[in-house]
Write a protein that binds this ligand. Sequence first.
Ligand SMILES: NC(=O)c1ccc[n+]([C@@H]2O[C@H](COP(=O)([O-])OP(=O)(O)OC[C@H]3O[C@@H](n4cnc5c(N)ncnc54)[C@H](O)[C@@H]3O)[C@@H](O)[C@H]2O)c1
Length: 255
Amino acid sequence: MSSSRRFEGRSVIVTGAGSGIGEAAARAFAAEGGLVTLADIDAAGGQAVCDAIVADGGNARFVQTDATDEASVRAMIDAACAAHGPVRHAFNNVGAAKLGSLEELSLDDWNWTVTISLTSTFLAMKHEIPVMKANGGGTIVNTASMSGRIFTPSAPASYSAAKAGVIHLSQYASCAYAQDNIRVNSVLPGLTATPQIASMFTLEQQAEVASHHQMIHRCVQPSEIAAAVLFLSSDEAAMITGRGLEVAGGGAHPG
Ligand SMILES: NC(=O)c1ccc[n+]([C@@H]2O[C@H](COP(=O)([O-])OP(=O)(O)OC[C@H]3O[C@@H](n4cnc5c(N)ncnc54)[C@H](O)[C@@H]3O)[C@@H](O)[C@H]2O)c1
């Protein structure tokens, strides 16, 4: 159990919580006293992470959710509020990509990637913000990517454009809702050692990307992204909003 309890008794949502970065963040929020709603489309994966958190003494529940479906997102947020009280902290983390060069990318693959990586962020914020507004405020962190800020050759155009959209959407919302005491930031992971990356790149490719595009030549660990998410969500970051925080081993040199 963490000695720091920055989220004691607070209602927290983490999407994409069944694996990788979302799993690490859900575990970290719960370890600091958060009442965590884990949302994921994968019922088995999400429930397993939830069970592990509860077994460790945390307070968590899993709600199967399709982050690209508005009714599903709305129902998950309602369930979170009913179980844990009004949502105070949200980590909107779902995103994915289908690979292919700009010329090869089909319209279906473009739409799939933009929907899962950007539209999911819009849908989550659309329904989280009214709850926060009505209850004195809150914090939102959205998962973007270094690919949304600079050109990374391994990322498709659809994903890069969608993640740039996540950075800007976060900034937009931070301006629009600052007077409602809602802070909105994004995190920009570098290459992070998660199941999604393992399914897309061999270990050799991962090592090559990390050494060519990061000053620190290794993959980021999911727990290192989670630490940044918790900081941005915490009261320690009370004057930080509208920022995109790179957690990427020193970032990447452009091109
Ligand atoms: N891993 C990296 O190197 C890296 C780098 C930059 C950004 N990111 C971003 O970090 C986020 C998390 O990625 P990860 O590497 O941890 O991936 P992951 O595949 O390990 O986890 C993603 C989770 O999201 C869930 N999910 C997928 N589609 C969903 C949907 N429609 N509704 C609800 N849940 C859904 C999956 O079931 C899975 O549990 C993504 O937004 C990704 O784009 C990852």
